[in-house]
Design a protein. Structure first.
Length: 245
């Protein structure tokens, strides 16, 4: 984590941005350990139709329980400037600002650029004891260890992805075998019992792909499927009734 962070977020797709409902938000890319969220039409009743911006701390550095920082947010296009001294900890991960400017006043903008500045003032540990500021210029050994950790995490993620792929593949094979068995039974039933094999694809397309579900069909279902011949429907329903006895 850096002690001083400044970043600029350009909000794209403004038409869809303005059409968000109350409580809906858009998230910025990650900047160091920070991420912004913007609620175009507010979050609660007291901020509806007003622009709300939140800054979120994604995680705390090791051995750090509390961050005290000055947060400044600027939107120069509409003369919005917020500055606040705030505390971030495990319970308070957000700081929010609500504009007095209604969204109608912002819709004339073609682009929205949000500038954010975070200046860390002090850090505290679990015992509320102030600790030294984080050294931003790490020595080469620490950097090397961090790079090794990143590589190990990548390898672990690759192994997890491979394992998940294998599990998914095994499930697909299992499901394929089960579906093939159901498909064969349905095909045989339509050919031998009902003697109307021409409806096989229609049954599959409409989701009646196993005899365990076919037994719950009604004449209304057959009509909704598009089987217009009354004689065929009567025949199918008669055989289904024999199945449920």
């Amino acid at each position: 984590m850096k002690n001083h962070v400044s970043f600029r977020w350009k909000v794209a797709s403004l038409p869809s941005f303005y059409n968000r409902l109350k409580g809906e938000w858009i998230s910025s890319p990650r900047f160091d350990v920070w991420r912004m969220q913007i609620f175009p039409n507010g979050f609660k009743s007291d901020s509806v139709l007003k622009l709300k911006i939140s800054l979120k701390n994604l995680f705390l550095p090791p051995n750090v329980n509390t961050i005290i920082a000055n947060v400044t947010i600027l939107i120069k296009q509409c003369d919005i400037r917020w500055k606040k001294k705030v505390q971030f900890d495990l319970k308070n991960k957000f700081v929010s600002f609500v504009s007095d400017t209604l969204m109608e006043g912002l819709k004339k903008l073609k682009e929205l650029h949000i500038n954010c500045y975070v200046d860390v003032l002090s850090l505290y540990d679990m015992n509320e004891k102030e600790i030294g500021m984080i050294q931003e210029n790490e020595n080469e050994e620490i950097k090397s260890l961090k790079n090794e950790l990143i590589d190990l995490r990548k390898e672990l993620n690759e192994l997890k992805e491979l394992n998940n792929y294998q599990k998914k593949r095994n499930e697909e094979i299992s499901n394929t075998n089960w579906r093939k068995s159901d498909y064969d039974k349905l095909t045989k039933w339509l050919e031998d019992k009902v003697e109307l094999p021409e409806y096989l694809e229609l049954f599959i397309e409409c989701g009646w792909d196993s005899l365990s579900t076919v037994r719950y069909m009604t004449d209304r279902h057959l009509q909704q499927m598009g089987i217009t011949k009354m004689g065929h429907r009567v025949k199918i329903m008669k055989i289904i009734s024999e199945m449920t006895r």
